[in-house]
Design a protein around this ligand. Sequence first.
Ligand SMILES: CC(C)(COP(=O)(O)OP(=O)(O)OC[C@H]1O[C@@H](n2cnc3c(N)ncnc32)[C@H](O)[C@@H]1OP(=O)(O)O)[C@@H](O)C(=O)NCCC(=O)NCCS
Length: 177
Amino acid sequence: MSSISRIRPATIADAALCAALYAPHVRAGTGTFEIEPPDAIEMAARIDRILSRGWPWLVREAADGRLLGFAYAGQFRDRAAYVRTAETSVYVAEGETGRGHGRALMEALLDAARRAGFRTFVAVVGHSANLASVALHRSLGFREVGRLARVGEKFGRRLDVVIMQRDDCTGDGQQPG
Ligand SMILES: CC(C)(COP(=O)(O)OP(=O)(O)OC[C@H]1O[C@@H](n2cnc3c(N)ncnc32)[C@H](O)[C@@H]1OP(=O)(O)O)[C@@H](O)C(=O)NCCC(=O)NCCS
């Protein structure tokens, strides 16, 4: 792990590095169900969509400027009643996994998402054999609330998704007991 790294809010200028980090996960991984990596222009649009609504997109960068990972949160679904529920996503650079970057990003992201008004967090983990993602979310207080069987198809395989959820308050606005 780089000895000095920091987490900061992303800007549109981070789009190319985010796209480059994300592309290997798309091409070779099942953590995302995208098939074609988005280019820098598309990534810029995604970052802008998050930031323009006041939602968090964070990057972790090494002292030499390398991007180690990114994480973002946005409203789980567009319909208005989901206003307090966010879907979170996190990606760590190839060769940098297992070094605490994912956890650090997610802790910062949850803080930022709470400041943005979210109280319930959903991670749609593709797929159940993604032990790193399941472990990361579980260690952050997410629990598995469901699975969707064979909803994805990638690399000739039918893939499930694990729905994981963390509640920072109950549905009536009360803190969980
Ligand atoms: C999932 C991912 C973000 C995790 O980030 P990371 O930096 O590798 O994880 P960390 O080193 O911060 O580890 C976080 C926790 O998960 C555990 N963990 C990490 N990798 C693991 C693995 N392969 N198997 C089991 N547990 C694992 C760690 O022990 C740690 O647990 P702790 O906090 O209780 O000590 C990263 O592996 C990744 O980018 N994967 C591909 C993309 C993806 O699936 N993203 C998630 C989309 S929802």
